[in-house]
Every structure is written in structure tokens, then in C-alpha cells.
Design a protein around this ligand. Structure first.
Ligand SMILES: [Zn+2]
Ligand SMILES: [Zn+2]
Length: 324
């Protein structure tokens, strides 16, 4: 098990010209550990083992993949419980989204779908705060990328100075989202998302998720990428470390192809952590996920959730005719 003060960097090494970027960065802090829930862990673990047959073990990493350059130890369900993870508790139960800067109408729609998906994925209420103007980010936290020339915000500044002070009293987390590119500091090219394992803050950019004006397939790709980053980062907010055992949404990614390859769903080990942390019934959760994905045209994911729901004893009747 990793000590909570350890810093975990998820690096992306792009192949050309020694460029380095990062997929997401975690920074564990020394904030006092939060009390875990009392959801019956052994029963939950046992029930969820039934879906193992639907999942694929992680193959040996290719030379450019995350685990080839970052040999992580992973985190079993039992290790997770010992970690005393951040969980909802008392009135601290809402996921707050804070849009930073301007979004196009199409991007706004993606943001609304992301809020809805987070609600279904984590079984917690999600509220979108009024956007803040991006001029709250001072010039010292803005740069033009030295080679590409694109505008970027310093993600660590957003976490510490923009989000942390704005975490509402009933907030489990405050989640910043921006359409501008992010970078996490010296030596890095960019970052898609960054979360803290202890501080209940996370930020992500949708800047690199594709082009929403290029037709349906591209829109779905954009949506998938946004949902995956948000749910991955939220896993970190609940103190989940990267998965090294299964093809899983909690796997680290070293490049875009690898992150696209990982599924939107979590593996049996990680989903047990999630259900324990938020005290949710996995069967109801899979039904909600199936309905969302079916409605949005994410057919492959919907089918996976449908199978998971049925394997765990969900009712066939409830599945039929309810998705509008
Ligand atoms: Zn990560
Ligand atoms: Zn996993």
C-alpha cells in the first residue's frame, strides 16, 4: 500500500521530439483521513465477484503504455478499506461542478450529460454551480505552450486557489471543468485531468476531446472521453489508486490510444470500492448506467451494463421498454 503522502504522476510520453504530457496527476495530501462507511464489505465483495466473467484481465503493457514506464502496485479492495478513503458522509454528499470560462452550446450539452452521468455512476447528487469567468486565473497561472502556442491554465493553481476555497459545505468534491487546455507545471506539456486523493478537488479540460461539429461518431467519441476522464478522476477523489489487474476505467494511461482503449466501466475490484464508498446497490447502479448509455447511443457500454445487471440478478422485465 502506498503511503498517503506519496505523489503519483501519470505521465504521457508522446513519441515525437521528446514531448512529455500527462494524462492525470494525483497529489495525495496530509489532510485528516475521513471516516469510511459501514457498508457490509464482505458481502459486497462476494456479490460483485459474480461479474468477473464479464471482465478482461489487463494484458502485458506495450512498450509505450502506462505500466511499462510506471510500475505501480495497484490497490486491492482490502487495501482500499485500510487506506481510510474519502467517502460521502453527513451532509457532505454532493458533487459540485464548476464551469471555468466559456463553453460553446455543444460543449454545454456535453457538460450537462457529464453531470447526469456522474450522478448515475456514483449515485450521488450533482449540482452545477454558476460558471466563473476565466479572468479569475491570474497571468502567473496562464501560459502559451512553448512549442504549440496554445493557451493553457496551470491546473495546480485551479485546484488550490480556485476550487478549494469554493468547496460548498455540503460538497463531497468540487470539480472544475474548462474548455481551455491545462498543464500541471514545469516539465509537462499538458494534462487532461488532475485530482487530489484527499482534498476533494478535481479539474479537467475538454479541450483535447475532439471536434463536436464533425458528426455523430465524433460527438459520441467526445462524450465518451469526457465521461471517462470525469469518472476516472472522481475515483481518485474517493482515494482510489490506479488499477493494474483488469481492463478498467481506473487504469492509468500514457497516451490517447491507451486511454481510448480502456473501458468506461470499472472492474470488479474497483466497482466494489465504489459501491462501498458511496453505499450503493450495484444492481440498481447497473440499471441506471444501462439506461443512460442506451439513451445516449453508447451501445457497447450499454450492452456491458445490461449484462452486468442481469448477472447480478437484475430483472429482465425492468430492462425492456423503459429506455426512451
Ligand atoms: Zn488517474
Ligand atoms: Zn479496476
Amino acid at each position: 500500500m502506498k503511503h498517503p503522502s506519496v505523489k503519483i504522476f501519470m505521465a504521457v510520453s508522446f513519441l515525437s521530439a521528446g514531448m512529455i504530457a500527462i494524462f492525470c496527476v494525483l497529489a495525495a495530501s496530509s489532510e485528516k483521513r475521513q471516516q469510511g462507511s459501514s457498508f457490509a464489505a464482505p458481502e459486497l465483495r462476494k456479490a460483485i465477484r459474480r461479474i468477473e466473467k464479464l471482465h478482461t484481465k489487463l494484458a502485458r503493457p506495450g512498450s509505450g503504455d502506462w505500466l511499462a514506464s510506471h510500475p505501480e502496485e495497484g490497490q486491492t479492495f482490502e487495501e482500499y478499506l485500510k487506506f481510510e478513503p474519502v467517502t460521502p458522509g453527513g451532509k457532505r454528499s454532493t458533487i459540485y461542478f464548476l464551469p471555468i470560462g466559456k463553453f460553446t452550446r455543444s460543449q454545454e450539452k456535453i457538460l450537462d450529460k457529464t453531470c447526469k452521468f456522474m450522478e448515475v455512476y456514483y449515485r450521488l447528487s450533482v449540482k452545477k454551480l454558476d460558471p466563473v469567468d476565466d479572468d479569475i486565473i491570474p497571468q502567473k497561472a496562464v501560459r502559451c505552450h512553448p512549442s504549440w502556442g496554445m493557451k493553457q491554465y496551470l491546473s495546480t493553481y485551479i485546484l488550490d486557489k480556485v476550487l478549494k476555497p469554493r468547496l460548498p459545505e455540503d460538497g463531497l468534491v468540487i470539480f472544475g471543468i474548462t474548455a481551455t487546455d491545462l498543464w500541471p507545471g514545469e516539465g509537462w506539456n499538458f494534462v487532461y485531468g488532475q485530482a487530489s486523493l484527499r482534498n476533494r478537488v478535481s479539474v479537467q479540460s475538454i479541450c483535447r476531446n475532439g471536434d463536436l461539429d464533425k458528426g455523430k461518431a465524433e460527438r459520441l467519441q467526445y462524450l465518451r472521453r469526457t465521461l471517462k476522464t470525469a469518472t476516472h478522476e472522481m475515483g481518485h477523489v474517493l482515494s482510489m489508486l490506479h488499477c493494474i489487474k483488469w481492463e478498467c476505467n481506473m487504469c492509468g494511461s500514457n497516451h490517447r490510444e491507451e486511454s481510448d482503449r480502456h473501458p468506461m466501466w470499472m472492474c470488479p475490484e474497483c466497482v466494489a470500492k465504489l459501491c462501498w464508498a458511496v453505499r450503493c446497490d450495484p444492481v440498481d447502479r447497473y440499471l441506471g448506467l444501462y439506461r443512460f448509455c442506451k439513451r445516449e447511443g453508447l451501445e457497447k457500454v450499454a450492452d456491458f451494463y445490461r449484462k452486468s445487471y442481469l448477472v447480478l440478478g437484475g430483472s429482465e422485465q425492468k430492462l425492456e421498454g423503459e429506455v426512451k
